[in-house]
Ligand binder design. Structure first.
Ligand code: NAI
Length: 329
């Protein structure tokens, strides 16, 4: 049996991978895959990694030195891998689509929670406080949502918005041809939207899509939703926009400095990230810990696709296909 080193393991990973695995001897490590932990991969045939592992040149060199030919990412994004460096050295596979519904539904759930103050209402009624003062929201019906990125998740989010009677504007440099989506340029979207939701990947081009300039263009005091990647928003500029009431609020499933914090219980620690501390303290900000993907359907699809990607790689390798040179991402 091939040996798989599984990094950044959480109990739900183990549960779902064990359910679908037949072909691999999997060792589950709690540690993230980083320059410090890569030694754990020695003696394995493959590694499986996740969104906050740090797969830089050093890690890639070490994996190659250990004779490992494949990194199986159990996620869609791959911005945490030095792909340029990996290109001709090691095969990288990922799960490009598992459940766009999981992420898009979470985005809408977060928006609804903030807009109708459900988080506060829940806490109040648990304490038999049945006051509704301060819980006024707005109708979403008739508002305009600006969707940045109309790929798999963006499109599902657009459908959900339409179900609410929300008008949709969209920006994507690669618009879907002949679609019924109302595309516009980014500045117009920023100016005209009551809700702005990010659904594009993090690349050099999309880094800080929402920066100081972008927030200055927002005239309709929008809600900001980010379920994509933290680096799409300049968090300090976001904080300024909240302080100046340029925006109505923000819901964030991702944060640009999340790597050391998200997915862990830090409740007994002093958090030295002042921007995050200030964001958490704002009444009109809700943060979740990169959990938008976390549904049973998505976890099942992630396990099946990741194991399928590994099977395909090893069977091609056994048949003499040089898969190493075909990184498509
Ligand atoms: P996708 O690849 O189907 O769609 C991405 C879209 O973004 C494409 O239509 C592309 O043309 C567009 N795009 C590229 N550059 C752009 C730019 N400069 N401005 C606007 N749009 C641009 O990806 P999918 O599956 O919809 O996922 C989107 C993102 O969601 C992923 O890249 C990932 O970062 C994030 N994600 C977050 C998860 C979570 O748990 N929070 C889970 C899964 C994905």
């Amino acid at each position: 049996m091939k040996k798989l080193a599984f990094f950044d393991t959480k109990p739900y990973d183990k549960e779902w991978f064990d359910k679908y695995n037949k072909d691999y001897e999997i060792t589950y490590f709690e540690s993230k895959l980083t320059a410090r932990s890569v030694k754990l991969a020695e003696g394995f045939d493959a590694v499986c990694a996740f969104v906050n592992d740090q797969i830089n040149e050093y890690v890639i060199d070490k994996l190659c030195e250990y004779g490992i030919g494949i990194i199986a990412m159990r996620c869609a994004g791959y911005n945490n891998i030095d792909m340029k460096y990996a290109k001709d050295k090691i095969k990288v596979v990922r799960v490009p689509a598992y459940s766009p519904y999981a992420v898009a539904e979470h985005a809408m759930a977060m928006l609804q929670t903030l807009n109708r103050h459900l988080h506060k209402a829940y806490n109040r009624t648990r304490d038999f406080n049945f006051s509704i003062v301060g819980l006024t929201g707005t109708d979403l019906h008739g508002k305009t949502a600006g969707v940045i990125g109309t790929g798999k998740i963006g499109r599902v989010f657009i459908d959900i918005c339409r179900g609410f009677g929300i008008n949709v504007l969209a920006y994507d440099p690669y618009p879907i041809p002949d679609s019924d989506i109302n595309y516009t340029d980014l500045d117009t979207l920023l100016r005209e939207s009551d809700i702005i939701s990010l659904h594009c990947p993090l690349t050099d081009e999309t880094y800080y899509t929402l920066d100081k300039r972008a927030f200055r263009l927002m005239t309709k005091k929008p809600y900001i939703i980010n379920t994509s990647r933290g680096g799409l928003i300049d968090s300090s500029a976001l904080l300024d926009a909240l302080n100046s009431e340029t925006i109505r609020g923000a819901v964030l499933d991702v944060y640009e400095e999340e790597t050391e914090l998200f997915y862990e219980d830090n409740s007994d620690k002093i958090i030295h990230d002042d921007v995050l501390s200030l964001l958490v303290s704002r009444p009109n900000v809700i943060i979740t810990s990169h959990q938008a993907f976390l549904t049973e359907e998505a976890l099942a699809a992630i396990s099946e696709t990741t194991l399928g990607n590994l099977n395909e790689y090893f069977s091609k390798k056994e048949n003499g296909d040089n898969e190493k040179l075909t990184n498509e991402v």
